[in-house]
Design a protein around this ligand. Structure first.
Ligand SMILES: [Zn+2]
Length: 260
């Protein structure tokens, strides 16, 4: 069999496995606009209820703001401002608590924080983050401090898992997303709710007063930087999914995560 043909066959098998996974009603999630989770595949079913999956959760949005000018000051958002702006937006617009996460690897082998999106940016694993790693570290310190002082409404989840993601599910639907991990079968995927995220960022940009296109470009660059710099995602298939029509669930490989 030619390599091309072997690859095609392999892709058909992957697509079928993903179709079976996302078609299972137990894996599906109705997004309720109250929670964000990271694209990480390590969220258990109960930890995924209601949430939209975006890189770094709300901390990821603050990370992207670090690359933009704060309209209130005319200077780049400081780490404190990048946290406060997102926090205020969530509170004022009814989006719930400020969500972020770590994992049980924190403190081991140079892991500063168990959220790979934030950790890779701090360690400047890629130039594409567009921000100095020290400023991301300062942002993380601000978020940790706010969380510890107890006066902010925040949701922190410590994931307990080993990375076993088989690919990246890029969801273009607006109604349903999926829980990333089935503990019984061991199936685990990165999940990114692309279209839900775009709609969310459009409102956020307007309220905060930054250009939506600039914010989106920063988010896209940082999300891609993380996927390309994590050993757990490099080279894995990118699979577009859409579950909005239960009778016509769409699944298709759209590419592969590059290896940085
Ligand atoms: Zn994360």
């Amino acid at each position: 069999m030619s390599p091309e043909k072997a690859r095609k066959q392999e892709e058909i098998i992957i697509e079928q496995a993903v179709k079976d996974f996302v078609s299972n009603p137990e894996h599906q999630v109705q997004v309720d606009d109250k929670r964000r989770r990271c694209v990480d595949g390590g969220y258990r079913p109960g930890q995924s209820e209601g949430s939209m999956a975006i890189a770094g959760a709300d901390l990821g949005t603050s990370m992207a703001l670090l690359t933009l000018e704060n309209p209130l000051t005319g200077e780049l958002f400081t780490p404190q401002e990048a946290f406060e702006a997102v926090y205020k937006y969530l509170q004022d617009e009814g989006w719930g608590d400020y969500c972020w996460h770590s994992d049980t690897h924190e403190g081991h082998k140079g892991v500063v924080v168990g959220c790979g999106h934030c950790n890779a940016a701090i360690l400047e694993k890629s130039k594409l983050y567009g921000v100095n790693g020290e400023r991301v570290q300062q942002l993380l310190d601000v978020v940790r401090k706010a969380h510890q002082n107890g006066q902010y409404n925040m949701e922190f989840i410590e994931l307990d898992r080993e990375h076993a993601e088989r690919g990246v599910l890029v969801n273009t639907g607006s109604l349903l997303t999926v829980k990333p991990w089935d503990l019984d079968t061991g199936e685990q995927y990165f999940v990114y709710d692309k279209n839900l995220h775009h709609d969310y960022l459009e409102i956020l940009a307007e309220v905060i007063g930054v250009e939506y296109e600039e914010l989106q470009a920063s988010i896209d660059a940082q999300t891609n930087a993380t996927l390309a710099s994590l050993a757990s995602s490099q080279g894995k298939p990118l699979i577009e999914i859409n579950l909005d029509d239960p009778d016509d669930i769409k699944v298709g490989i759209i590419g592969y995560v590059p290896t940085a």
